[in-house]
Design a protein around this ligand. Sequence first.
Ligand code: SAM
Length: 298
Amino acid sequence: MTWFESMTPGSVKGTVLETDDLDEEVARLRSLGVEIAGDVQDAPWGRFATFDDPDGNGLVLQQTTQQTAQQTARQTAQLTATGSPRYRGPMDSHDWDERYQGTDLVWTATPNQFLVSEVEGLTPGTAVDLACGEGRNSVWLAEQGWAVTGVDFSAVGLAKGAKLAEARGVDVTWVEASVADWVAPLGGVDLVVVCYLQLPEPQRTAALTKAADAVAPGGMLLVIAHDKDNLIRGVGGPQDPAALYAAPEVVDVAVAAGLHVDRAGQVLRSVVTDAGTREAVDTLVRASRMTGRPGELK
Ligand SMILES: C[S@@+](CC[C@H](N)C(=O)[O-])C[C@H]1O[C@@H](n2cnc3c(N)ncnc32)[C@H](O)[C@@H]1O
């Protein structure tokens, strides 16, 4: 009987891959953009993590107890020597193109729940969805009547967005560009959305500054991102603290751009994982550019 056959049915499933350094392998997979479902988990025989291959097949990566002990000692020594885990840098457009290969959507066609709750019911105008990925949020905005531009540096992601828009019968303008190179239209945009653009500094502040500066008078900035606390009490998202957000930092950028902060903090999002429904911790900041008298939006 193999180890996984001895587990409670349904507790872990999928093809089993053996590794002698689970944390290292998980970090490597995550740096390639692979979504590991939940945290590394303990089992009587060692530790394991689950994830899907690009075709959506469930895989289990396992490390047995003896190796776990050796690895923990090695990692402790490494951490003591370096002071922090290694950071491999953000994914570039080629990495994202690779991740978006295949017909399945990586992020589903469903819009982000906080985008929906913050924007639903607003009078539509112009909108830009920075780092729009496969376009789920751009398409939803277009369906609400917004004149949307989706910006992303992944041509493959944008092509999937265009397909989704066509299937839904809405128009979205797709722009292949790095956020750093994107130029806001003169006069600004009524709604600027930044959803899970997990960049390290200084790129993060540069991107958020560009987003905040692009908000037209009377317009709104909405930033939604994986929060730093997600590492300790949430699931999914990048596991690199350098790529994670904290609401006060986003607030600083918004205020520096002359915006009024309407809402800022952490929000919890339910995520269905192989181990059941878990919560992810997101940063949410909503800010507006006021016009007219102080305290009054256009
Ligand atoms: C986690 S996905 C989020 C996609 C989308 N906002 C959503 O919520 O479904 C992050 C996206 O950011 C894009 N991205 C990352 N860095 C970028 C950059 N510097 N300029 C433009 N797009 C970038 C990636 O291509 C990817 O599509």
